[in-house]
Design a binder for this molecule. Structure first.
Ligand SMILES: NC(=O)c1ccc[n+]([C@@H]2O[C@H](COP(=O)([O-])OP(=O)(O)OC[C@H]3O[C@@H](n4cnc5c(N)ncnc54)[C@H](OP(=O)(O)O)[C@@H]3O)[C@@H](O)[C@H]2O)c1
Length: 244
């Protein structure tokens, strides 16, 4: 299988890449830190990947997305699976005072992702096959006072994916919304770790298994589906009083 991995330097993406590499799949890595990408390429090659190519790109440069997909297609000889992993967790309190900071986070989490989904959706539709997976978050399931800017950005992508899934269904293309819970990665460096935290390796195993089984919405690890069922059931009159 030929895999395009966007945001490849993310802790979760790197763990996913290692699993696919050890099964001999080919990978095209996209990230904004070239040295880290090259180190990852060498690591994946040693693990048995069937060829690894890479491109350095700040993903907010949406004007380069068409060229990016063409390069991946040429390097891999076709794309079977694209996984979009990049993202930022903005400081909620800064975003409440500074719209520029809020907008910058939307450029990464929403605008660049939608631009890629337009390109990749059309690519897979034309091909008549393929899987398109995006890491969103359980944070998109409800707007919590402590991180509703990040949550809203992920909810926007989840809704977009639901519509895209319907559009591409008849073309034989699977669209997967991956919703991790709390993961111990550089993104959550500042957060105090508790029992609900998982590791990038565990989340990566859920992702690879879910993609293989053609899941549509994938909570990772699976217990988050039940946690979020409870959170989603909390009535608004109570939810607005919760301090989390
Ligand atoms: N950690 C969690 O608890 C958690 C929970 C739910 C969902 N998620 C989602 O999971 C995904 C992966 O996150 P992670 O936990 O693996 O965190 P991470 O290691 O911090 O990964 C985030 C990645 O996004 C990349 N990125 C940010 N802005 C970019 C830009 N403008 N251009 C290119 N790349 C950019 C970062 O690149 P650099 O390495 O160059 O900074 C980094 O590699 C994200 O979408 C995140 O929102 C994470």
């Amino acid at each position: 299988m030929n895999i395009l991995l966007i945001g490849a330097n993310s802790a979760i993406a790197t763990a996913v890449a290692r699993l696919y590499a050890s099964d001999g799949h080919g990978l095209f890595l996209v990230g904004r830190d070239l040295a880290k990408l090259e180190t990852l390429r060498d690591d994946l090659t040693v693990r048995g990947a069937g060829g690894v190519a890479l491109v350095e790109l700040d993903i907010t440069h949406t004007a380069r997305h068409t060229e990016l997909i063409e390069r991946a297609q040429t390097a891999l000889g076709g794309i079977d699976l694209a996984i979009i992993c990049h993202g930022v967790l903005p400081d909620q309190q800064i975003c409440e005072r500074d719209f520029t900071a809020l907008q910058a986070s939307l450029d990464v989490n929403v605008i660049s992702t939608m631009s890629l989904l337009v390109e990749l959706g059309n690519y897979f539709e034309k091909q008549g096959s393929g899987s398109l997976a995006v890491i969103t978050s359980v944070a998109g399931d409800r707007g919590r006072r402590s991180n509703y800017v990040y949550g809203a950005s992920k909810a926007m992508i989840s809704t977009f994916l639901e519509g895209l899934r319907g559009r591409l269904h008849d073309s034989g293309v699977n669209v997967i919304d991956i919703r991790p819970g709390l993961v111990d990665s550089p993104m959550t460096r500042e957060l105090e770790k508790g029992p609900l935290f998982s590791t990038p390796d565990r989340v990566a195993r859920c992702i690879v298994k879910g993609i293989r089984k053609n899941r549509t919405t994938l909570y990772a690890p699976g217990y988050w589906r039940f946690v979020m069922l409870v959170v989603k059931a909390i009535p608004q009159r109570l939810f607005k009083r919760l301090r989390f």
